[in-house]
Design a protein around this ligand. Structure first.
Ligand code: GLU
Length: 493
C-alpha cells in the first residue's frame, strides 16, 4: 500500500501555526516511508472562505519549507484539489446514500429546528436532530419536492450502541452513537458540509492515513459510518494532540499569536519555527532540541508522539531561533536573511513615499522607520496614558479597535480607516483623540506617519499583536471586565 496523507485547511483566516504543525507531521509520516503528501483546500463554507486566505496558507507553508506532491497549485491526477470545484461529485454521492436508504431529505424549517433546540435545552436533553423527517413517505417527499420546498440531506445514525475505532496513537476509542447527531451532509444550497466532502475526497484521493488534530475525534464516528455506507476501505486515523498555551489552555490568539505571518514578520527563521513545531509532542531519539527537517525525516517514528498536550511557548521558540541564528548561519547568510526579510526593496518602496516628506538626511530613516522592523515596541503604560485618556476609556479604545480590526477581510488602509472610524463614531469620540493612543501602541510615538498607513505597512498580525501588547501594558483585561466590555461593544452596533 502506498502511504498517502494530506493537510486539508479551510481558508477562513490567517495561516495558523496549528495547520503547519499538522502538515509537518503528515508530510514527514508519508515521506519517511516513501509515500506522498497532498494539500486539499476545504472551502465548502463559501461565506467564510476567501482566496486571500488560501493564498496566505499556501505561501506560509511554503515559506516554512513544506511542500506537497499534489495540490491546487501543483496539480495531480486526483484533482481538482479545491472542494468548491467538486460540488457535482458530492451531490452524486449524497444521492447514492439517499437511494441506499442511508440518508434522507429533511424539510424542517430553521424555525422548527430552533424550537427543537430550545426545548431540548430547557429539558436538559442532548441536543441534536430528532429524526422528524427520517421516515417520510415517498408521496410526501414527492409532494414537497413538487412544491419546491427547500431541504437538506442528513445521514442516518444508529440510536443505540457504540462506534469503536482504532487511533494510531490512542488505541481503541469508543463513542456512544446516542451522542452523534444526524449530520447534515448536503446543505439547502446543494453544497456539501465538511463531513461529506472530507470523506468522499479522502476516499477518491486514496488517503491511507488521516492525521489531524484531536478536535476531530468526535467526528470520526460519522466519518467511519459514511465509509461503511459507501462500502469503502476506512483509512487509519491518527489524532494529534492540540497545541496549547503556556497555561495549558487550547492555543488561542487571545493569549498567543497564532498566525504564521506574525512569526514571519517577527523575524523567526522558517527552519527554526519548523524545528520548534517538530518538537510539539515529538522528540528525536537522542532528545536533541535543534534538528533539521532532514533529521526529522530520517528519524521519524509517529509512535514517539506523546499525547501530553504540547505547549507552544514563544519564549522557548525565541531561544531556539537564537541558536539557529548563532550556530547555523554564517555572517554572510545572516546578512542575506536580513535583506530578504525586511531590508528589501519592496519594503523600502512601500515606506519611502511617507518617509521622504520628513527626511533631511538619509540617517533620518532609522528613527522614522525603526518601528516598522521592530517586534514589540519598548513603550510603557505611561506612554499610552500620555494620550490623555483615562484608563477605562483607553482600554476600551484599544480593545474595541482590536475587535473591529479582527473582522477586516482585506487588510488595506481604507478598510482599516473605516473600521476605526466606525468605533470612534460609536464611542462618540473625535477621530484625533481617538487615534492618539493607537499611534503610541502601533508606532511608539504620535509623530509618525498616519496610524492607518502604519498598520497597512505592518500587516494585520503585527498590528493586532501590538494592540494586544498595549492592552497588556495597561494591566490587561480580566475575565469579568472582558464580559462587560463585550457587552458594551455589542451595544455599539
Ligand atoms: N478542513 C478541516 C480543518 O480545517 C480538516 C480536518 C481534517 O483534517 O479532517 O481542519
Amino acid at each position: 500500500m502506498t502511504i498517502r496523507t494530506r493537510i486539508a485547511p479551510s481558508p477562513t483566516g490567517d495561516p495558523h501555526v496549528g495547520t503547519a504543525y499538522v502538515a509537518l507531521f503528515n508530510m514527514v509520516f508519508a515521506r519517511s516511508q516513501g509515500g506522498q503528501f497532498l494539500l486539499r483546500i476545504e472551502d465548502t463554507d463559501q461565506t467564510r472562505s476567501t482566496p486571500e486566505s488560501e493564498q496566505a496558507i499556501l505561501d506560509a507553508l511554503s515559506w516554512l519549507g513544506l511542500d506537497w506532491d499534489e495540490g491546487p497549485n501543483v496539480g495531480g491526477d486526483k484533482g481538482p484539489y479545491r472542494q468548491s470545484e467538486r460540488s457535482d461529485i458530492y451531490r452524486k454521492y449524497a444521492e447514492e446514500l439517499i437511494e441506499k436508504g442511508y440518508a434522507f431529505r429533511c424539510f424542517c424549517t430553521p424555525q422548527r429546528l430552533d424550537e427543537l433546540r430550545a426545548t431540548q435545552m430547557q429539558e436538559k436533553q442532548p441536543l441534536g436532530y430528532d429524526g422528524h423527517c427520517e421516515n417520510l413517505s415517498e408521496e410526501e417527499i414527492a409532494k414537497r419536492l413538487g412544491n419546491n420546498e427547500p431541504y437538506v440531506v442528513r445521514m442516518k445514525v444508529p440510536r443505540e450502541g457504540q462506534c469503536t475505532f482504532n487511533d494510531m496513537l490512542r488505541g481503541e476509542i469508543s463513542i456512544d452513537w446516542a451522542q452523534i447527531d444526524m449530520q447534515i451532509l448536503l446543505k439547502a444550497d446543494g453544497m456539501p458540509t465538511y463531513h461529506l466532502a472530507n470523506v468522499v475526497d479522502d476516499h477518491l484521493m486514496q488517503i491511507s492515513h488521516v492525521i489531524r488534530g484531536e478536535e476531530w475525534i468526535n467526528s470520526a464516528p460519522k466519518h467511519i459510518l459514511l465509509y461503511q455506507y459507501f462500502g469503502w476501505d476506512i483509512p487509519v486515523f491518527c489524532h494529534l494532540p492540540l497545541l496549547r498555551n503556556v497555561d495549558k489552555s487550547k492555543l488561542s490568539k487571545r493569549k498567543n499569536p497564532t498566525s504564521i505571518l506574525y512569526y514571519q514578520r517577527m523575524g523567526y527563521l522558517p527552519e527554526a519555527l519548523l524545528n520548534y513545531l517538530g518538537r510539539m509532542g515529538w522528540s528525536m531519539p537522542d532528545e536533541r532540541e535543534k534538528f533539521t527537517l532532514d533529521d526529522m525525516l530520517n528519524e521519524f517514528d509517529i509512535q514517539r508522539v506523546s499525547l501530553g498536550g504540547p505547549v507552544f511557548d514563544v519564549e522557548k521558540l525565541s531561544w531556539l531561533n537564537g541558536m539557529w541564528i548563532r550556530e547555523e548561519l554564517t555572517d554572510e547568510q545572516l546578512a542575506d536573511r536580513l535583506q530578504q526579510w525586511a531590508l528589501n526593496r519592496d519594503n523600502l518602496m512601500a515606506f519611502l513615499p511617507f518617509a521622504k516628506q520628513r527626511m533631511e538626511t538619509l540617517s533620518d530613516i532609522a528613527p522614522l522607520g525603526s518601528y516598522l522592523v521592530s517586534g514589540m515596541l519598548p513603550i510603557s503604560a505611561e506612554d499610552l496614558h500620555s494620550a490623555g485618556m483615562e484608563q477605562d476609556q483607553l482600554l476600551e479604545v484599544l480593545q474595541f479597535s482590536l475587535w473591529r480590526l479582527e473582522s477586516i477581510q482585506q487588510w488595506q488602509r481604507d478598510n482599516i480607516f473605516n473600521a476605526l472610524k466606525a468605533v470612534a463614531d460609536a464611542m462618540d469620540i473625535k477621530m484625533k483623540p481617538f487615534l492618539a493612543p493607537l499611534f503610541i501602541a502601533i508606532a511608539g510615538s504620535s509623530s509618525s506617519i498616519s496610524v492607518m498607513d502604519s498598520m497597512a505597512l505592518l500587516g494585520a498580525d503585527m498590528s493586532r499583536a501590538r494592540l494586544r501588547h498595549a492592552i497588556e501594558l495597561l494591566g490587561g483585561v480580566g475575565k469579568k471586565k472582558l464580559k462587560k466590555m463585550e457587552k458594551a461593544y455589542q451595544q455599539l452596533g
